[in-house]
Design a protein around this ligand. Structure first.
Ligand SMILES: Nc1ncnc2c1ncn2[C@@H]1O[C@H](COP(=O)(O)OP(=O)(O)OP(=O)(O)O)[C@@H](O)[C@H]1O
Ligand SMILES: [Mg+2]
Length: 389
C-alpha cells in the first residue's frame, strides 16, 4: 500500500524512484559502494530496502538511528558493537547462507556459541567492550566468504551513517579499507539525511589514500515534484478506495511540499478517517508533522553550544523569508539584542543547512518550504528564546 507509514520493503508500495532503484541495483551488481543522500522522510530507508531486496543477496542492515540520543555528542564503542552484532544476528536468521557466522561471532566474543546470542546478557556486555575494530573486519571477511561460497554478495547497509562520526574508539577508516581491499564480494551502502555530514564522515576516513571520494557513488534522493505529489496522493486514495476532491489534494500538496513522509502520513490518516466515518482533519495531521520537526530541532538547539544565537537566526529567516548572510546578521542581532559576528552567523547557517533545517539557494538562505518543516523549526526557536527571558 502506498500509504503504509512504515518504511517500504516492496517496489509495489514505493511510488516512482525507478531510476534510483536501478542505480543502486546496478552498483551492487558491479560491487560499487554507494551512498544515498537526501532530506529527512524523503524515502531513503524505503528506497534502499526495496533495491537491496531485489538484488537477492545476503544483507546486514545496520540502523544507526538506534544509537541516536540528542543529549549525547558521542556514543560508546560497545553500543555500536552491540548494534552491529544484533544486525549480524538478524542477518544470520534471514540468510541460511550465513548460518556458520554464529560460530565466528561466538569465537570473537569468547563464548560457547550455539543458537542465538543474547547480546544483552551481562556476561556478553562486558565482552563487547573488549572487541576491537579488527574483530569487526575479521567478522566481515568471514561473512564475505560465506556469502560468496553460496553465490551471493554481502550487502552491508549503514542507515544514517553520519552517526558513525560520533562512535568513540572504532577506527572505521581502517575497517572500510580492509573490507574494500579484501572483501571483493562485499558492497557497503551508506544512507544519510545530512548531506555534508555524510560527506565529511567519508572524507575523514581517507587517511592513507584519497579513497572514498573516488570510489563511492552518490545517489541523490529528492522531494517529489508537485505533479508527482498530486499523482502519488491520487493513486494512494484510489488504492484505498477513498474518493477525495482534487482541490483538497492540491491544498495538501501546497502545504506538504513534496515530502513523501508527510504525504504518506496525510494519506493514511485521511483514508482511515473517511473509512471509519470520522471527519478527516488536515490541520491535525499537519500539527503532528510539525510536532515531529519541532522536537527534532529542539533536540539540536538544546544540545548546541549557542541555542539562543541559532534560534535568533531561525527567527530572522522567518521574518525576512529569503535573505543574504548580511541581512541575517542584522536581523538576528537585533532579535537577540546583541551583535553576532558575521563569520559566526555564516558558520551557524552552514550547520543549519547541513542539518537540512535551512535551505541555501545561491547566496540566499530560507527556511524549508513545507509547512511542518517551516512551522516546526520556528516553534522550536521561539520556545528556546522564551526560555531566555
Ligand atoms: N517513494 C515512496 N513511495 C511511497 N511511500 C514512501 C516513498 N518514500 C517514502 N515513503 C514513505 O514515507 C515515510 C518515510 O520514508 P523512509 O522512512 O523510507 O524515509 P527516510 O528518508 O529514511 O526517513 P528518515 O529521515 O526519517 O530516516 C514512510 O512512511 C514511507 O513509507
Ligand atoms: Mg531512514
Amino acid at each position: 500500500m502506498l500509504f503504509s507509514t512504515r518504511p517500504k520493503e516492496d517496489r509495489r508500495d514505493l511510488y516512482d524512484r525507478e531510476r534510483e532503484i536501478d542505480m543502486i541495483k546496478e552498483s551492487i551488481e558491479r560491487r560499487e559502494w554507494v551512498s544515498v543522500i537526501g532530506p529527512k522522510r524523503v524515502g531513503k530507508t524505503s528506497l534502499v530496502n526495496v533495491a537491496v531486496k531485489e538484488t537477492n543477496n545476503a544483507v546486514i542492515q545496520v540502523n544507526l538511528m538506534r544509537l541516536y540520543d540528542p543529549r549525547k555528542k558521542q556514543y560508546p564503542k560497545e553500543d555500536f558493537i552491540r548494534l552491529f552484532l544484533e544486525s549480524v544476528n538478524t542477518s544470520i536468521r534471514n540468510y541460511t547462507a550465513l548460518g556458520k557466522a554464529i560460530r565466528i561471532v561466538s569465537n570473537i566474543l569468547g563464548v560457547e556459541g550455539q543458537g542465538e546470542l543474547d547480546l544483552n546478557s551481562l556476561k556478553l556486555k562486558a565482552r563487547l567492550k573488549r572487541l576491537r575494530g579488527q574483530d569487526i573486519s575479521y567478522l566481515l571477511s568471514e561473512m564475505n566468504s560465506l556469502a560468496r561460497d553460496n553465490g551471493k554478495k554481502l550487502v552491508v547497509v549503514l542507515d544514517e551513517s553520519q552517526e558513525l562520526s560520533k562512535v568513540m574508539g572504532v577506527n572505521f577508516s581502517s575497517i572500510f579499507h580492509h573490507v574494500y581491499d579484501n572483501c571483493e564480494n562485499t558492497v557497503i551502502v551508506f544512507t544519510g539525511s545530512q548531506s555534508r555530514l555524510v560527506e565529511r564522515v567519508l572524507r575523514n576516513m581517507e587517511y592513507s589514500e584519497p579513497f572514498f571520494g573516488r570510489y563511492i557513488r552518490t545517489v541523490p534522493l529528492g522531494r517529489f515534484t508537485r505533479d508527482q505529489s498530486v499523482d502519488f496522493l491520487e493513486r494512494g486514495f484510489r488504492e484505498e478506495g477513498v474518493k477525495v476532491e482534487r482541490d483538497v489534494i492540491e491544498g495538501v500538496v501546497d502545504l506538504l511540499d513534496g515530502i513523501p513522509g508527510w504525504l504518506t502520513l496525510f494519506g493514511s490518516e485521511y483514508s482511515f478517517g473517511v473509512k471509519h466515518g470520522l471527519k478527516p482533519n488536515l490541520e491535525k495531521i499537519v500539527d503532528r508533522a510539525t510536532e515531529e520537526v519541532k522536537s527534532e530541532v529542539l533536540n539540536f538547539l538544546e544540545a548546541s553550544q549557542s541555542p539562543f544565537r541559532y534560534s535568533a537566526i531561525i527567527l530572522a529567516l522567518d521574518r525576512v523569508r529569503s535573505a543574504t548572510l548580511n541581512e541575517i546578521v542584522k536581523v538576528a542581532s537585533s532579535i537577540l539584542g546583541e551583535e553576532i559576528p558575521e563569520p559566526r552567523v555564516y558558520e551557524m547557517l552552514k550547520r543549519l543547512v547541513d542539518l537540512e533545517f535551512v535551505m541555501k539557494d545561491g547566496d540566499r538562505y530560507k527556511l524549508q518550504p513545507d509547512e511542518p518543516g517551516m512551522r516546526g523549526t520556528v516553534m522550536a526557536a521561539k520556545e528556546i528564546l522564551q526560555g531566555r527571558e
